[in-house]
Design a binder for this molecule. Structure first.
Ligand code: ATP
Ligand code: ATP
Ligand code: MG
Ligand code: MG
Ligand code: MG
Ligand code: MG
Length: 273
């Protein structure tokens, strides 16, 4: 209780406000999901149900926190971009990281049965979370490019690896040995010549990961009454209303390239303030 002789202990809590006017990237990652995916029989290399569950939890987070404009997910991880000027929880690091990680985790568990109706959870999964600050737009772009490049490298490897095991009858040790030292071109070649798989035709969800962008909902046209039009009355009242109204946004799920300029030209608003 405040005011007791014990209250001095509160002073040991140190402030942890994040630097102002810097982009916040919040990333979480499943804790020991190698084991978790084994124990819950995930389909290899990509369990669609699990990816859709991750997307669902990410969307819930963005619905709760308007300051998140962009998210990128692959495997057991998700990254979220918060506005440079966000004042969320007064930018207290531990408060943001712990609250967002906890909400994501509980959404993952809450919605589990919808995606895995026949697979009961064997134990409660958990996620780690961190925030990294980036001072400029270029670093934010490079951050997301880094994650998507990682998706590509991992997915190409995993696709080749599991084709060798599942279709080629190789042991996992043999598959690792075959792929050791190969470059991207070799893996494409193995997939095509041995298994008839054209890697570029694989679902973009697996090759590109999941991207959520927040976009403004197109405004409904304002219908003026005749009287308003004649008297020019519409203006002041509706102008006030417009200013007050929160801009409505919606979330779009994409599986496209976010490394090239096209993406950032189209969604330039994501990097503003
Ligand atoms: P850490 O706690 O350090 O993150 P980890 O075991 O979670 O350890 P990661 O590097 O995060 O290690 O790897 C995640 C693991 O989960 C990988 O083995 C990956 O193949 C697997 N995985 C995650 N999502 C899926 C999915 N949708 N389908 C199949 N496997 C998945
Ligand atoms: P913050 O997000 O800043 O923590 P908060 O609303 O959670 O905001 P707390 O100071 O953590 O604020 O207070 C927790 C609230 O929950 C108090 O109002 C407390 O009385 C109530 N509460 C917590 N546990 C119980 C319980 N077992 N029974 C009744 N009320 C509870
Ligand atoms: Mg890891
Ligand atoms: Mg992990
Ligand atoms: Mg991971
Ligand atoms: Mg509380």
């Amino acid at each position: 209780m405040a005011g007791s002789k014990f209250a001095y202990v509160k002073k040991f809590e140190l402030p942890d406000a994040l630097l102002p006017s810097t982009f916040l990237v919040f990333r979480l990652d499943g804790h020991s999901f190698h084991r978790f995916t084994d124990q819950h029989g995930f389909v290899k290399p990509n369990d669609l149900r699990a990816l859709q569950l991750m997307d669902h939890a990410a969307k819930s987070l963005m619905e709760e926190y308007n300051d998140i404009g962009l998210a990128f997910g692959e495997s057991d991880e998700y990254s979220f971009l918060l506005r440079k000027s966000t004042a969320l929880y007064n930018r207290r690091q531990a408060k943001i990281v712990s609250t967002l990680t906890s909400l994501f985790t509980s959404c993952y568990v809450f919605h589990w049965p919808k995606y895995f109706p026949d697979v009961p959870l064997q134990y409660p999964p958990s996620f780690d979370g961190r925030i990294v600050l980036y001072p400029s737009q270029q670093e934010v772009r490079d951050y997301f490019a880094w994650r998507q490049a990682d998706t590509h490298v991992n997915n190409l490897y995993n696709t080749a690896f599991w084709a060798l095991v599942q279709q080629g009858g190789q042991t996992t040790t043999e598959a690792h040995a075959i792929l050791r030292g190969t470059i991207s071109k070799d893996k494409h070649e193995i997939l095509f010549s041995r298994f008839g798989i054209n890697y570029d035709k694989i679902d973009p969800r697996y090759r590109k990961g999941s991207i959520f962008v927040r976009v403004e909902t197109p405004e409904e046209p304002v219908v003026k009454t005749d009287a308003e039009t004649v008297q020019g009355l519409a203006s002041e009242e509706s102008h006030k209303k417009k200013k007050k109204r929160k801009i409505a946004t919606q979330l779009e799920l994409l599986h496209c390239d976010l490394i090239r300029d096209d993406f950032w030209d189209k969604y330039a608003h994501l990097l503003r303030d």
